[in-house]
Design a protein around this ligand. Structure first.
Ligand code: AMP
Length: 515
């Protein structure tokens, strides 16, 4: 692991990777704890190169706040990062970042609608300071993906908007709040709490938990949900609440009733320590992401799981076929990537998933039904060339995410759990040893009358393919940090399917993400 304190050092280090590797950024203020570690773990699992920035940003502290006594622990931070597989730490000084007087620098000002409520009302200038520094880090590092904690929900919403408004080619990924066994959200500021205060502070999470239970029982009204939380918070008068609000997670505007999802957020003081916490109240059917090497039985299992659970099978292959059809019919050269990106951006692709296993996914392009045409040998022969194009992949991933937004889908691939649906409720990594996959393949070949290849040769072929799939620059095969590995070596298709279904039911019972 390398440590950089200067911009030229870091930029030169990253230049080697930039053209074909994904670079993850985890921005932090140091004093790393297990909350940060969970962001870093995900970054390391999902991207090739992970940079952790450590900078206690003076711009986001008001003069009355704890800037000078904010915990700093670079030595232990360094050890933690190295042990987690971080490639580089970026720990610049304020001078390096050119931050002197905040009046004298170009500031990034997020929309007032996002900064006026919640923490913004109590910390004037805070989010402008955050946005200014994060924009600089984004420009210096130019990451492919950046990771932020849901614990700072307002910050997350503001950064997402910033990336959209400034057209930054950075994907923002949110990570669930990590908690102590007591439920208290882990925070660098927890160090300020005495043992007694730590105990008192758990009232925040306990109150959120009550609201969550009530939400799962069907309560959707703001007034009722807030009353439940407030009544419970009142039991600990030492907690001096600054705000308790129910807002839309993206717009941060107060909502009267939860339609799709709501953000229930609390902030307040215990002694001199300011604490924040929140939960997302959202009910949707699960997204099941099934990744794994070729030949492990993914597509059969995925279809069966969808059918048995009454969920939608999202046929991503049909989408790549659709784009291939579009390109072939437009007369464009198949290697004209920029023209293809433009063509695809202007096209209307409708994917209508099958409502029964006998049906196929209906595909319409600019209103024309091409369901059958996309299965023709001419299209089949060209799909892989189109699927290898970055812009095509990015646009289709966006489409897939839109289709999966309200949940209830099962989807398979190589990077579904790590890239397409990193927030999927259930992630399966379906695998089998190369030998076993070779045995199955040989059996299939023999059944088709195509024997004549040895088991050893087939095994070698499969190992080579695994290597290529894991090391390709676009959508490499990768196991998500929170995926459950299912090895199908000694299992039938039916048994694998049953296993995944059992995991799904277990998750539903635990409601996926309780606090
Ligand atoms: P900070 O160092 O406090 O600026 O936090 C750096 C990043 O870690 C931010 O994106 C935070 O939201 C995230 N983070 C802090 N605490 C937690 C936690 N308990 N769980 C998950 N993420 C966290």
């Amino acid at each position: 692991m390398q440590i950089f304190t200067t911009i030229p050092g870091l930029r030169t280090f990253l230049a080697d990777y930039r053209h074909d590797r994904s670079i993850a950024l985890v921005p932090t203020m140091g004093a790393l704890h297990k909350g940060h570690a969970s962001l870093i773990r995900r970054a390391v699992a999902e991207a090739e190169i992970t940079v952790v920035s450590i900078f206690v940003n003076p711009l986001q502290f008001a003069p009355t706040e704890d800037f000078s006594r904010y915990p700093r622990s670079l030595d232990s931070d360094r050890q933690l990062c190295a042990s987690l597989g971080v490639a580089a730490i970026f720990a610049p000084s304020a001078e390096t970042l050119g931050i002197g007087d905040s009046e004298d620098i170009t500031a990034v000002i997020p929309p007032i609608s996002l900064t006026s409520g919640l923490c913004g009302a109590f910390r004037p200038g805070h989010f402008q300071g955050v946005a200014t520094i994060v924009t600089r880090l984004f420009n210096i590092i130019a990451p492919t993906i950046a990771y932020f904690g849901e614990k700072d929900a307002q910050q997350l919403a503001i950064i997402r908007q910033l990336v959209r408004d400034l057209n930054l080619a950075i994907e923002i990924r949110a990570c669930a709040t990590v908690r102590e066994t007591s439920g208290l959200a882990v925070s660098s500021r927890n160090q300020y709490l005495s043992t007694a205060e730590r105990e008192k502070a758990t009232i925040i999470v306990k109150s959120l938990q009550l609201a969550l239970e009530s939400f799962h029982l069907g309560e959707r009204q703001r007034e009722k949900l807030l009353a439940i939380v407030q009544k419970n918070l009142d039991r600990v008068p030492e907690f001096r609440c600054q705000y308790l609000d129910l807002v839309h997670p993206q717009s941060l505007q107060p909502i009267e009733q939860i339609e799709t999802d709501g953000l229930l957020a609390i902030a307040g003081l215990i002694g001199q320590t300011r604490l924040i916490d929140n939960i997302i109240l959202r009910q949707r059917r699960a997204v099941i992401a099934i990744d794994g090497p070729a030949g492990a039985g993914k597509s059969t299992v995925t279809r069966l799981v969808a059918e048995k659970l009454g969920l939608t099978y999202l046929d991503t292959g049909a989408m790549y076929r659709a784009v291939t059809w579009l390109v072939v019919n437009s007369g464009l050269d198949l290697s004209a990537e920029a023209a293809i990106a433009e063509l695809l951006s202007l096209a209307k692709i409708a994917i209508i998933p099958a409502d029964s296993p006998e049906n196929v996914t209906i595909v319409k392009i600019n209103g024309q039904d091409v369901t059958l045409e996309i299965r023709s040998p001419a299209i089949t022969a060209q799909v892989s060339r189109i699927a290898a194009q970055k812009a095509v992949r990015q646009q289709l991933v966006t489409l897939q995410r839109e289709m999966g937004m309200s949940g209830g889908i099962v989807v398979e691939g190589r990077d579904i759990g790590t890239n397409v649906f990193p927030e999927a409720e259930l992630k399966i990594f379906l695998t089998a040893t190369p030998e076993e996959r070779a045995r199955r393949r040989l059996k299939d070949l023999e059944a088709q009358g195509n024997g004549g290849i040895s088991l050893a040769e087939l095994t070698q072929e499969i190992e080579k393919r695994d290597y290529l799939d894991s090391n390709r620059s676009l959508a490499p095969l990768r196991k998500a940090a929170d995926a459950i590995e299912v090895n199908s070596d000694h299992l039938s298709i039916a048994e694998v399917t049953e296993k995944i279904i059992a995991l799904y039911h277990q998750g539903e019972e635990n409601q996926w993400r309780s606090l």
